[in-house]
Design a protein around this ligand. Structure first.
Ligand code: SAH
Length: 268
């Protein structure tokens, strides 16, 4: 059964950052239910003139389900358009379970998450050889509590990259957790507001000690990603641990080693 209702990731804001597949679905959509102010541009840019377009910001989950089911009864293609990727803080399961119960076929089109767009906006890498090879996507507890073992202090103990969603108004709590996990006062922290939004993006670079003050000074209090990572700022470091993938002394499946690494007897 082909999908009727598509959960499409709109990307982080710039309408050019939706996928080709997501855009094609918008272009053929009979109805679009979009999630708040962040994705309305893509909806209105790509939807056909006769398409029903509705903002879900004032709707309950039950009202959204009813709207989607009603639209699905009248149109071949219905799109639920969400910011970033629908699988991240997107209430996907809450919305798809009633569709399953109603026997309506649905599918997901992934999107560029704001975590990735924020790193890109700042020209930062989230992983760096021998510095961190792990990215944790998380948030601090707001009205949604954190499951056991996932409090930020415990996650920060890994000293890997942390992309912290939905938490810009709780920066003091982020600071507390990182300090408790042993992060230094001068550890770099990046905050990006409205990443990829043409003309509206703000990039704040600070440290654990001063990031809150800087965000307050720049009036960044919503729609922002916090990235804490030992890899931040690496482009300015005097020396870098080189990625083994491009190192001439490191052979791999697609390229034999051309230089012998000192002390490395392997000829893989
Ligand atoms: N599914 C989305 C996240 C939705 S939760 C994704 O994959 O990006 C909403 C949170 O995402 C916001 O509180 C903020 O932390 C972050 N966010 C969404 N769009 C953003 C953007 N353009 N720039 C920075 N952060 C953004």
């Amino acid at each position: 059964m082909p999908a009727k209702i598509w959960f499409v990731g709109a990307g982080p804001g710039d309408p050019d950052l939706i996928t080709v597949k997501g855009r094609a679905l918008l272009e053929q959509a009979g109805a679009i239910l979009f999630a708040g102010s962040l994705v309305d541009v893509a909806a209105t840019l790509y939807a056909p003139a006769e398409c029903e377009i509705r903002d879900s910001k004032d709707m309950t989950l039950e009202e959204m389900t009813a709207w989607l089911l009603d639209a699905a009864a009248r149109h071949d293609t219905v799109v639920r358009l969400q910011t970033g990727d629908p699988g991240l803080y997107g209430a996907l399961v809450e919305m798809t379970r009633p569709l399953d119960a109603a026997g309506i076929a649905w599918a997901v089109v992934p999107g560029v998450s704001s975590a990735l767009a924020s790193a890109a906006a700042a020209g930062e890498t989230l992983t760096l050889p021998e510095v961190t090879q792990t990215v944790i996507l998380t948030r601090v507890a707001g009205r949604t509590p954190m499951p056991e073992g996932e409090d930020l202090e415990a996650l920060a103990a890994h000293h890997s990259t942390l992309c912290i969603f939905l938490s810009i108004t709780l920066l003091h709590e982020v600071q507390r957790a990182l300090r408790a996990a042993g992060w230094a006062e001068d550890a770099p922290i990046l905050v990006v507001q409205k990443a990829s939004w043409p003309g509206e993006e703000k990039i704040i670079r600070g440290t654990l000690a001063d990031i809150k003050r800087k965000c307050q000074a720049e009036k960044v209090g919503a729609q922002a990603m916090i990235i804490a990572s030992p890899a931040l700022g690496a482009r300015d470091w005097p020396s870098l641990v080189r990625s083994k993938l491009y190192d001439p002394s490191f052979g791999h499946r697609f390229r034999p080693a051309t230089v012998h690494a000192p002390g490395d007897p392997s000829h893989e």
